[in-house]
Design a protein. Structure first.
Lengths: 417, 417
């Protein structure tokens, strides 16, 4: 099955955002064995949207568009679709009712202009959204099948995951593409490449691919087979080799995020966690609590951005601050102790450092110190993180979560961070 | 002058990377007044590459391709171009010499396969690179002008900046495109559309466009003129109308994020901020501290995820918790009071609610309560946020930051959130 993805939006053509929707959709389509042959981007122009639909349906089996289904005047994907199909539009009472209820539930008055979202090209089906107010449109009349979804990433993903991918999986018949993602942290991408070079060069089914981000390397194994079991059987021996070679840098063999893996480990141990954050400014707690059910193991965090609050809230000693400086192993140690005392948790972290762009506490941007405390365990890790403010904070989060993971699994500390 | 950008590379169609090259090129082209009408992506397939060139040259004045000029077997953009133009290729001695020297200078032996990069479709000019080994190609024979550059971002940017953009600037005459982005919060996208409908419908230069995300609507005005000053003069009166119509929902007329705008306001007032977070779990503090220099106004945050910690760290009363429930106006109020007392800040926020997916404290997912405290000011706002866990948290952050903004600017509270 061959597909084309049409991105609609002048903001893409002005370079204000990259076409990340097409990237995500392509990745998901590849995973179910759909070949994406083209991406196309057009602006908010009815004639060019219509031409893009017409061209796409002439050359592939499935056309997916994203964007231009909102309630404002520049949202004209449905007009472009109707024009390409040469059909009129009609207002659909079920959508109208859905929209009125959606607004009523939020305690808000619906602007009448929102009713444009209840318009549907005659002969199209629609998909009601959970998120947002833009119904998806489906054309399964003559020619290629066409799907139109919203451009807001969360809304697009909801319809892809809930409706379109299952639809296409059932239509695409006898081939499945299955992937396993093995995630590792505290290891450089080039080192992963060295350790897996022969697997990368020799393997065709499954294929081996790498994807690196701040402090993390994913290894994706993708196999094509007649069914899921057969694909899994192709992947299993290669996955076992990858895990053996990467060793304890691997934190998940089922594509969990590091915060999910840490949550799973804490829950299984029955341990609670708290933290004191300076350079990460609450983002580490934010990441831990992004996992549903985090209240089972996460107690709390103190974000102490000033020296005074480190002393007052966390009882970091003024002498330590004066002699060691605020970005130091000892302050990280005392911050972790302070968090553990304040929140009464089994484990605690303390993070201090320099997110940048400027130096701080006599230390250069990127310098990070992390303290870890548990019963009878107290250690500190320091390292210099690369990148800008956001990347330094992401590295610090990653290293801190990895300390918790290693403690829960009884693993040694990594050689470097 | 109208342009199309063709991205060549199967990695784009597999979703391994986003088309960031097209985004950057589009932004640069807009800045010199070139209208980008289409982005197209095709894989490493000679026939489809040729078709993409043929279609593009039929509908625009300038075609730019990126990717597929390397030395390996899957680099076939030059073959696709030659096929589209119906011309042969010839090896160019000047490029061959350049390649041999480039390798010699690196002290490496040039693989003979590299000589494919010395092939040029007959009648094309070439651009020798500083970075890398891939010469750019230029067709300025009949029909649209066409440029092919490498897909490695630094190599692409070098040729765009050094050769192509200056070329096009001199061809397109003296036109620039300038944009202004006005950002608003606490107002629905459809309401923005209603308020600006006549501007949207009547205006051509500047054009008006909307972009909505969780709790925020951006209005982008884009003008074309002979120079930057003239473009700004076209935008100014329309921007003034937009700001007047959207009123105090506007928090920035220069594309600041809400956390940047709040930081600017706090700094100008000399006020400090702290917060107590439950449902947002540290993400609000994380957002405030994502702005460099936040230490000038941000003191700290207490992330209290359990009822016990709300009592112990923030002194929320057990009676309030028992009678009102943990997700209530009164608990938000006491959390904000607790944060203000703990951190000694001028302003303080308290956030409690249900991020979901499950109900909590007898309240449904999406229920948010925010308390705000300052000298002589104490109020609480409750609302139901739409969407999943991440969106509910984003809405809660947005509403909380907006309370701070409104207090700093002396504005009334919004009618709804």
């Amino acid at each position: 099955m061959r597909a084309e993805i049409i991105g609609v939006g002048t903001e893409l053509l002005l370079g204000q955002i990259a076409n990340e929707n097409a990237r995500w959709m392509s990745e998901e389509l590849a995973a179910i064995g759909v070949d994406v042959l083209h991406h196309t981007v057009v602006g908010d122009n009815e004639e060019r949207i219509a031409s893009a639909f017409t061209l796409a349906r002439s050359r592939v089996d499935v056309v997916l568009s994203t964007g231009g289904l909102g309630p404002t005047q520049d949202d004209i994907t449905r007009d472009g679709l109707a024009r390409a199909l040469g059909i009129a539009q009609e207002r659909h009472p079920e959508i109208e009712e859905f929209l009125r209820e959606k607004f009523a539930n939020l305690g808000r008055l619906m602007p009448e202009s929102n009713l444009v979202q209840a318009m549907v090209p005659v002969g199209c089906r629609f998909i009601l959204p959970d998120r947002g107010t833009a119904p998806g449109l489906v054309w399964d009349g003559e020619g290629a099948r066409m799907y139109c979804v919203a451009g807001v990433p969360a809304e697009m993903r909801e319809m892809m995951t809930g409706t379109i991918l299952p639809d296409l999986r059932s239509l695409s018949g006898d081939v499945v593409i299955a992937s396993q993602v093995i995630r590792s942290t505290g290891i450089a991408e080039a080192r992963v490449g060295e350790l897996l070079q022969d697997l990368f060069e020799s393997s065709e089914n499954p294929t081996v691919a790498y994807l690196a981000s701040s402090g993390e390397v994913k290894v994706r194994l993708t196999a094509k087979a007649a069914d899921t079991e057969a694909a899994a059987a192709l992947i299993a021996p290669v996955a076992a080799l990858v895990v053996a070679r990467l060793g304890d840098a691997v934190f998940s063999v089922e594509n969990e995020s590091l915060e999910e893996a840490v949550g799973r480990l804490l829950r299984s141990r029955g341990w609670s966690l708290s933290m004191a954050e300076s350079l990460t400014g609450g983002t580490l707690a934010g990441r831990v609590t992004s996992v549903p059910g985090a209240s089972e193991y996460f107690v709390g965090a103190a974000v102490t951005y000033t020296i005074e609050e480190k002393v007052r809230v966390l009882s970091v000693s003024e002498e330590t601050l004066a002699t060691q400086g605020v970005v130091s192993a000892e302050v990280a140690h005392e911050m972790a102790q302070g968090a553990r005392a304040l929140f009464g948790s089994d484990l605690a972290l303390g993070l201090t450092g320099v997110a940048g762009p400027d130096a701080h506490g006599g230390q250069p941007p990127g310098q990070v110190w992390i303290g870890f405390e548990a019963d009878g365990v107290s250690h500190q890790r320091g390292f210099r993180a690369p990148g800008d403010r956001a990347q330094v904070r992401a590295f610090a989060q990653q290293a801190a979560l990895d300390l918790v993971r290693r403690h829960c699994e009884g693993l040694a500390l990594p050689a470097t961070w």
